[in-house]
Design a protein around this ligand. Sequence first.
Ligand code: HEC
Length: 130
Amino acid sequence: MSWWAVVCLLLFAVTATTAQAQLPFNVPKPPPPTAAALFANHCGICHTIEPNSPPRQGPNLAGVFLRKPGILPGFHYSPGLSQADFVWDDAHLDAWLTDPQKLIPGALMRYRQADPAIRGKIIEWLKEQH
Ligand code: HEC
């Protein structure tokens, strides 16, 4: 191996290790996602929460906390959801987000959240939007 190849290898090794060693100091940790961002990422593809905005795949969620399920005019709910006899309180929202079809057989919502921390954050945020 010629001397310049050795120098190049050494230089590469030194730069690579220094760069790696400095990484934790140079790159700030990303902040945990806000509840609004969680809603946007987990629910926003199917739901809006702006009052009077049109439904997406799912109904508009403005004012959903403590409302009866399945009552927004103009949205075609599953029969189970439109006949449900409860209000969207913490417990029902938590059960719904965990497994919609377990709470209401035949429910049309294709989403499940196994992480109670994420469910809790989103439910708290829904309440604040009330
Ligand atoms: C893949 C699309 C999709 C995603 C993602 C989704 N939903 Fe839904 N959601 C629906 C559909 C469709 C319905 C109507 C279900 C039915 O009629 O059975 C619904 C219904 C609901 C209802 C009942 C509304 C009412 O008027 O009674 C609530 C509450 C709800 N979703 C909350 C959420 C939340 C909170 C999230 C995010 C954590 C979420 N959904 C994610 C599609 C989705």
